[in-house]
Design a protein around this ligand. Sequence first.
Ligand SMILES: NC(=O)c1ccc[n+]([C@@H]2O[C@H](COP(=O)([O-])OP(=O)(O)OC[C@H]3O[C@@H](n4cnc5c(N)ncnc54)[C@H](OP(=O)(O)O)[C@@H]3O)[C@@H](O)[C@H]2O)c1
Length: 338
Amino acid sequence: MEYVRLGSTGLEVSPIALGTWRFGMEHEETGIVETGREEAHELLDAYADRGGNFIDTANVYGGGDSERWIGEWLAERDREQFVVASKVYWSDVSRFDDNLSRKNVRAEVEASLDKLGTDYLDILYLHRFDDETPIERTLRTIDDLVSEGKVHHVGLSTAEAWKLTKGLWKADVNNYEAFTVTQPEYSAVYREPIVDELDQPPEHKEPIAEYLDVCRDQDLAVCPYSPLHGGFLTGKYERVDGEIRAPDGSRAEIDQAFESDYVADAAWNVLEEVRAVATEVEATPAQVSLRWLIDHDDLTIVPIIGARTIDQLDENLGAVDVSLSEDQWERIDAAVDA
Ligand SMILES: NC(=O)c1ccc[n+]([C@@H]2O[C@H](COP(=O)([O-])OP(=O)(O)OC[C@H]3O[C@@H](n4cnc5c(N)ncnc54)[C@H](OP(=O)(O)O)[C@@H]3O)[C@@H](O)[C@H]2O)c1
């Protein structure tokens, strides 16, 4: 696997990161745990065996189990070979939630280090932007953590382009460690920089373009989450008489929010184009969708995949060997507005 430079961090990472959001995730309605401890360790083993080195987690994933299980796994490996990213905003240990105060950030980062069994996080993302705490206070706190060697780089996940810009500006004028990595939700279907928290299918206004312009201009690496739109872009879902038909055990079946979160008319248009291109290049829709993300001009894009099985992982990692023509890339790009 050829590694890529993660923007200005200087880190060399595999071109596809492994997301661990569903490690330990228990669905309230059914009690199903999506990825259990053993499966999580098998997925990490398979990812590392194929050369993967970039692991994405968060303090709150699986109520802390994601970090704990990664920590157990890392204890058997050489920590230095891996780039581990975690996040703060929601709380796993403190009573502060939706919060980027000094108190919450410190408590959560210390707890993340403890669960992961490591002295430092390669990347600490702000999971969301806290509008109540001035961003310079949060950045000052993280700057201290950087000085203490507990955090190496700071990233921003979901936020509007102007908030990303404001954070960069506040870091610059105060000489604090600035964002070098971003993590928006972004896929061939999803083109907004912020998550639509309402139970509505997303509208496709494409404001992500402005967010990506900031990343391009400021040399920020982009690590899109839900790059397969929660599995929709694998092509395993069908629409029959206006209803979604989902394979047994898939996310659409076990996650009540799937249809409202992921499936709008535009999504089916994109999938149709992705499927057509996949046939042309003899790849799968998942591989083409991931390749489409990686192939953005003048941007370092490292998609964070979620995989529940080793077969899914292998299929998705296969995206690195796919190539798209400019015309194929453009057709997928335009399909969201068809
Ligand atoms: N910053 C944030 O706010 C945020 C939010 C969400 C996620 N994330 C990060 O992004 C990562 C990825 O998110 P995601 O899980 O939504 O990504 P995704 O790649 O869009 O969806 C992953 C899901 O799609 C299905 N799938 C994946 N590959 C497949 C294949 N080849 N064939 C068939 N089905 C396949 C699997 O679900 P089923 O088999 O269950 O259908 C899998 O769990 C997370 O783990 C997390 O690290 C960050």
